[in-house]
Design a protein around this ligand. Structure first.
Ligand SMILES: NC(=O)c1ccc[n+]([C@@H]2O[C@H](COP(=O)([O-])OP(=O)(O)OC[C@H]3O[C@@H](n4cnc5c(N)ncnc54)[C@H](OP(=O)(O)O)[C@@H]3O)[C@@H](O)[C@H]2O)c1
Length: 253
């Protein structure tokens, strides 16, 4: 196998959660570019249908199966349908994530409903998808964490708790499942997507985030997709149990 061939994923079937837009969409398209069949999983059917079309344009097989990662029956249905129509999943990317307004602010201002919802989607949803996918022989699991999974972030306590939890799951599952399945995380810094739209529109906050980022800019979704593709492919064959910061230097400070 040539060095470049190690990045090839044409023998892989991948599921990317939260792939109806933003970083998940970029990861799904990146995996399709290196040859994988990719099923994007999220709740918005219309947006997902567009992503399915974009995957197919890149030569990958895909399926339209709207899925809420917190709904156990729906996640079962997703993997069962993939088993029947494409084959067993090899790569799972847990990317679905939220950071809702009622989970922001000082701890005393956080609504427990917002706290629970954040943990349900970001942490329990990822655990559920991984647990059910693992009934197949997974080659690789990728968890999209955050710099908030590595260091503290003010006013984002439930989000930070969920992402630190996800990094913890990455390490413990990597130990349990080696050598058959590699489990890794990426920790993006700030990326311009719908999730960060409000922060980006606030001039003061925007400048403060930029001044905290050594590379002095926000990431494009494709800059998060590239390391995910690397970790999912055989190019990352000796990497497991790690969390790769993809943060423009945020955590180096
Ligand atoms: N943007 C950043 O700066 C940044 C930085 C660090 C980490 N991250 C992480 O990167 C991931 C993607 O973020 P993003 O910026 O691309 O956010 P985004 O644009 O808001 O996209 C979030 C995705 O998650 C899906 N989703 C939300 N709830 C879901 C559920 N219950 N079940 C299934 N899918 C669900 C959404 O689709 P539907 O609404 O259609 O379900 C959407 O596809 C998240 O885990 C986020 O925490 C983002």
């Amino acid at each position: 196998m040539s060095f470049l061939d190690t990045f090839d994923c044409s023998d892989r079937i991948a599921v990317v959660t939260g792939a109806s837009r933003g970083i998940g969409r970029a990861i799904a398209l990146g995996l399709a570019e290196v040859g994988a069949d990719v099923v994007p999983a999220a709740r918005s059917e219309d947006a997902l249908a567009d992503v399915v079309e974009e995957i197919e344009e890149r030569g990958g097989a895909s399926l339209l199966q709207p899925t809420d990662v917190t709904d156990e029956a729906a996640v079962h249905e997703l993997f069962d349908r993939i088993d029947g129509e494409l084959g067993a999943v090899d790569v799972l990317v847990n990317n679905a994530g939220i950071n809702p307004d009622d989970a922001l602010g000082a701890p005393e201002a956080v609504e427990m409903e917002g706290y629970d919802r954040t943990l349900d989607v970001n942490l329990s949803g990822a655990f559920l998808c991984t647990k059910l996918a693992a009934e197949r022989e997974l080659a690789s699991v990728l968890n999209v964490a955050s710099v908030g999974g590595v260091v503290g972030l003010p006013r984002q306590h439930p989000y930070v708790a969920s992402k630190h939890g996800l990094v913890g799951l990455t390490k413990s599952m990597a130990i349990d499942w080696a050598p058959a399945t590699r489990v890794n995380a990426v920790a993006p810094g700030y990326v311009a997507t719908e999730l960060t739209e409000e922060a980006m529109e606030n001039e003061t906050l925007r400048e403060s985030l930029l001044s905290r980022t050594p590379l002095e800019r926000f990431a494009e979704p494709e800059e998060i997709a590239a390391p995910v593709v690397f970790l999912a492919s055989d190019a990352g064959s000796y990497v497991t149990g790690t969390c790769l910061n993809v943060d423009g230097g945020w955590c180096a400070r």
